[in-house]
Design a protein around this ligand. Structure first.
Ligand SMILES: CC(C)(COP(=O)(O)OP(=O)(O)OC[C@H]1O[C@@H](n2cnc3c(N)ncnc32)[C@H](O)[C@@H]1OP(=O)(O)O)[C@@H](O)C(=O)NCCC(=O)NCCS
Length: 198
């Protein structure tokens, strides 16, 4: 079952994020930081977020993004800067190796494409025990339907180009096509995918 994400889901969603993105930068910032991020998406008027529930009614997958996404991350941080700051500090104390990447994210925040006709899909994850059973596709469909409802004409997302064939295959199966390739300052080669909405 798919339903809109609620602020009370955000601890569970953070746990699903950590399980589905092991070793990724945001996961290294910890449950508290992730829960704040997803709560911020739920509360933002621009935010678009859904959860997938397992047979027992617990969140086992999620999708999160925003309509008119330019400036979205900066807005989230501005609105809740103290809590984000404390959560980031806790992550630094736990794992000092995150510092260079964290500083880079603050100095060079990722710039989303502009425009009220654009929506960005920032994060999609299904718990490993539920993968391959259609939850990811249903979450993407719910996200695209809501983006249409908000007046978007196109949706973009980014994902790693290398060593990530399953995810790239998944997005192609969902109808996305690569619009641009680029490299992050850390040298990660990325695909930027787009889909035109009806
Ligand atoms: C990517 C992810 C969200 C997909 O969710 P999922 O529930 O496992 O995917 P689904 O079961 O809904 O699969 C949907 C379609 O993609 C296809 N697909 C899945 N894996 C694939 C692969 N390796 N290659 C090609 N197609 C693939 C499925 O066959 C299915 O197509 P069909 O319905 O026509 O048969 C999930 O695997 C995940 O959370 N991965 C880790 C986190 C991540 O990398 N997220 C995305 C990064 S932005």
């Amino acid at each position: 079952m798919i339903r809109p994400m609620r602020a009370v889901d955000c601890r569970d969603i953070a746990a699903v994020h950590e399980a589905s993105f092991p070793g990724f930068f945001l996961s290294t910032l910890g449950t508290r930081f992730l829960a704040l991020f997803y709560r911020g998406v739920c509360r933002s008027p621009q935010g678009i977020a859904f959860v997938h529930l397992d047979g027992g009614g617990r969140p086992s997958g999620f999708v999160a993004g925003a309509a008119d996404p330019r400036g979205f991350y900066a807005g989230l941080l501005r609105r809740d800067w103290l809590r984000f700051g404390l959560a980031a500090l806790a992550a630094v104390v736990r794992r000092p190796a995150v510092v260079p990447r964290l500083l880079r994210a603050l100095r060079q925040p990722s710039v989303n494409p502009p425009g009220g006709e654009v929506a960005g899909l920032f994060s999609l994850g299904v718990h490993p025990r539920e993968q391959g059973r259609g939850a990811g596709r249903e979450l993407v469909r719910a996200f695209l339907d809501e983006a249409v409802r908000r007046g978007a004409r196109r949706v973009f997302l980014t994902t790693d180009r290398d060593g990530n064939d399953a995810v790239n295959g998944f997005y192609r199966r969902c109808g996305f096509a690569v619009g641009r390739e680029y490299a992050t300052p850390e040298g990660r080669r990325m695909n930027e995918y787009w889909i035109e909405l009806p």
